[in-house]
Design a protein around this ligand. Structure first.
Ligand SMILES: C[C@](O)(CO)[C@H](O)COP(=O)(O)OP(=O)(O)OC[C@H]1O[C@@H](n2ccc(N)nc2=O)[C@H](O)[C@@H]1O
Ligand SMILES: Nc1ncnc2c1ncn2[C@@H]1O[C@H](COP(=O)(O)OP(=O)(O)OP(=O)(O)O)[C@@H](O)[C@H]1O
Length: 303
């Protein structure tokens, strides 16, 4: 009799950049940033199953499942650095918009790294996984670490922060914004003065900060311009995340966010999400590990 195949599913949550300041540009062209990452309770799901081969499928037609997909790139990287030849059948349930600034591809990559580390029993620690993640993209480490974070450098210098639980309506303007297109634009503001991490990260503080990529994205993508204008009119505090395209507003609670979602103009897409202290990925990983933990040894001397 053969053992049942090992399988499990893990979330790949979205992020928002609550603000994003560009403070300079390095000699290699990469931009120096200061940003605040909030992890959300909404995202993709990656399904894992032990297998001889390494394969990926996805429920969203059009999203490549070849070597360009960050999930497979993460898996190959893990195989290369550890020398393992184990395989996995991976299936990606895609909810997040690609090129949406909510970190979809990066989060999928982080979930692949953490999930395969577990499936293959590699035992790599968080620092090692975050280091591998950075080789795949600037946004991958924050998802590997799984905490809301203040980020500096090109986004790789992370400091975990406590954020108040907040509800958001995130509008997807339906356009994919290539990150490099925004960072390559001649009109991008690259000299916002550096700030120190504010002592309080409540709504009033955050409203003093902005996203330097917004002006360029508004100019290049009218759908982003419309989404920001609508959110600002309806809710105030409208902001774009990352290099776009998604835009969001902070609402007083779940009900207020859902009410606003119902008032969206026809054919617009949006999702309601809550920021979480610990990434849903890490909660799920802890549950997986607990299921495998045999528990404390039986004590023969107990009365
Ligand atoms: C804008 C953010 O989303 C903020 O969270 C990230 O910094 C972008 O992270 P990402 O999508 O993982 O970006 P990467 O795949 O690393 O980089 C895509 C391209 O964006 C440009 N890029 C990226 C990050 C950065 N700090 N400066 C840059 O100039 C580079 O041209 C790079 O080739
Ligand atoms: N698993 C994946 N999911 C989505 N896009 C992927 C994936 N793997 C590779 N890509 C490619 O990455 C590009 C950007 O996708 P992604 O969803 O990460 O953008 P983003 O949300 O703007 O990211 P960020 O917020 O990190 O800038 C797309 O052009 C897509 O083809």
């Amino acid at each position: 009799m053969t053992a049942p195949p090992v399988r499990f599913s893990l979330p790949a949550p979205a992020k928002l950049n609550l603000f994003l300041h560009i403070t300079g540009r390095r000699a290699d062209g990469y931009h120096e940033l200061q940003t605040l990452f909030a992890l959300l309770d909404h995202g993709d799901t990656l399904h894992f199953q032990a297998a001889d081969e390494l394969t990926l499928s996805c429920d969203r037609p059009g999203l490549p499942v070849d070597e360009s997909n960050l999930v497979l790139r993460a898996a190959r990287l893990l195989r290369d650095v550890t020398g393992t030849d184990l395989g996995a059948r991976l299936h990606l349930e895609k909810r997040l918009p690609a090129g949406g600034g909510v970190g979809g591809g990066s989060s999928d990559a982080a979930t692949a790294l953490c999930g395969l580390n577990h499936l293959w029993g590699l035992g790599l620690d968080e620092d090692r996984l975050a280091g591998l993640g950075l080789r795949l993209g600037a946004d991958v480490p924050v998802f590997v670490r799984g905490r809301n974070a203040w980020a500096e450098g090109v986004g790789e210098r992370l400091q975990a922060v406590e954020l108040p639980e907040q509800w958001f309506l995130v509008v997807d303007p339906g356009v994919a914004v290539p990150t490099a297109r925004i960072f390559g634009d001649g009109e991008l503001t690259r000299h916002t003065p550096a700030i120190t991490l504010p002592a309080s990260l409540g709504a009033a503080t955050l409203e003093r900060f902005h996203n330097d990529c917004e002006a360029v994205a508004r100019r290049l993508y009218p759908a982003v311009d419309n989404a920001l204008d609508w959110l600002q009119r309806e809710a105030g505090n409208a902001r774009m995340t990352g290099t776009g395209a998604c835009c969001f507003a902070r609402l007083a609670g779940a009900q207020a966010a859902r009410d606003l979602q119902r008032r969206l103009p026809k054919n617009w897409k949006a999702f309601v999400a809550r920021s979480t202290q610990l990434s849903p990925l890490h909660e799920a990983l802890a549950t997986l590990r607990a299921q495998q933990d045999p528990g404390p040894a039986f004590n023969d001397n107990a009365t």
